[in-house]
Design a protein. Structure first.
Length: 389
């Protein structure tokens, strides 16, 4: 049974079995979005499940327990948006919806699918108490093999693991190029000297670290929240490891560790590093989730303003987040000057049919609030040669 409130907050859309028949306006918007793009790249996508079928997935029972009502509600909203209608079939249903959405996108695309590492303590021991969810590297790799021309596996390896470097080499040999971290959830401190051999190995193997940065809202472990400070990534950058910071670190304030620890918006700390010429070709930002109501103020405006950095930005959907009906407000994006009023109805139509396509078309349609003719360049949505992924 679908709870109407959860449906409204979660995924208020219906994926049609057959290809959608678009209205002329929606058709035009999709055509405009794909104009000039042979293949678009989504560098940020989550693979989730509940471990109902797959032994490679584990969810901490506390996440699904009413003892933690906020976590419980969030989990319900996520499940709804991800197409999970029956908890017992959660793993298959998540995949079914994801594959269906991808299949119906009328433009060739590549999607980087993330594994999800457990928490580890500094002594190298696994910390299951703070682990909210675990999606193994094996599982992600296996799923990506089902659609090898579209899905790109991204492993997640905790640098405190005693076998971290061995694990890294193992996946590199299988052709994996990217490693995913969520410090505020997994508990790694990117500035911890213990990570140095890991960074060094990543650099030697020409692998790229993609990490969530800025305040974590989806699955934070509160005591780990300061670990999402963008400045902590100076260590891998100084070593020469390539780093993509998700959402351009666009949420919340972080401690300015270079200025007496005063609180500064995280996206400003991120752009401070982007300004440094020595990080050219090393530091990148993904624009995923920046259209959400909680990031489309100053963080998104700054992203549009910083035009000299647009060649270092990458598109990411952060799926399943765009499927959450309440996450993005088109009305607010119009009010703030990013969208034209007439795009609201075709975008809503696209959302209702395919939230993954909606996310892409939305980001292609948004413009600089100060310049209606300026949209993010096509390179943001394309293959990034300098990353080699
Ligand atoms: Zn994400």
């Amino acid at each position: 049974m679908r709870n109407p409130l959860i449906t409204l907050i979660g995924g208020n859309f219906k994926t049609r079995k057959k290809s959608a028949k678009w209205s002329p306006k929606a058709q035009q918007l999709i055509a405009d979005a794909s104009d000039g793009l042979e293949t678009f790249y989504d560098y940020h996508m989550h693979l989730l499940g509940l471990g109902t079928k797959e032994r490679d997935i584990w969810v901490n029972p506390t996440v699904l327990s009413l003892i933690h009502p906020f976590d419980f509600l969030k989990a319900k909203v996520f499940m709804n948006a991800s197409g999970i209608r029956n908890k017992k079939k959660a793993d298959e249903q998540y995949l079914n919806q994801l594959f269906q959405l991808i299949e119906k996108i009328p433009i060739a695309g590549k999607y980087c699918l993330f594994a999800w590492e457990k928490c580890y303590d500094l002594n190298g021991e696994v910390n299951l108490k703070d682990t909210k969810i675990h999606i193994s590297n094996d599982y992600v790799f296996r799923i990506c093999q089902r659609l090898p021309d579209k899905l790109v596996p991204v492993v997640s390896i905790h640098p405190y693991r005693t076998d971290a470097v061995i694990e890294l080499e193992k996946w590199a040999k299988k052709g994996v190029k990217m490693v995913k971290w969520m410090p505020a959830t997994m508990g790694m401190d990117p500035s911890e000297p213990r990570c140095v051999p890991f960074y060094q190995k990543m650099k030697d193997l020409d692998m790229v670290l993609i990490s969530h940065a800025g305040e974590e809202e989806t699955v934070p472990v509160e005591k780990f929240q300061p670990l999402n400070n963008p400045l902590l990534f100076r260590l891998p950058l100084e070593i020469g490891t390539k780093v993509i910071l998700a959402h351009c670190a666009g949420k919340g304030d972080g401690k300015d560790l270079e200025n007496k620890g005063k609180k500064v918006p995280n996206h400003e700390l991120f752009f401070r590093m982007m300004d440094e010429p020595r990080y050219e070709g090393k530091l990148f930002g993904d624009i995923s989730a920046l259209a959400q109501a909680n990031r489309c103020g100053a963080p998104l405006r700054t992203v549009f303003e910083q035009k000299e950095h647009h060649h270092k930005l990458l598109y990411g959907s952060d799926y399943p987040l765009p499927a959450i009906n309440s996450a993005i407000s088109l009305k607010l994006l119009i009010k703030l000057g990013y969208l034209n009023k007439e795009d609201k109805s075709p975008l809503t139509e696209i959302y209702k049919n395919n939230p993954l396509l909606f996310s892409f078309v939305l980001f292609r349609s948004m413009h600089d609030p100060n310049d209606e003719n300026y949209r993010l360049p096509i390179s943001v949505f394309s293959y990034h040669k300098s990353l080699g992924i």
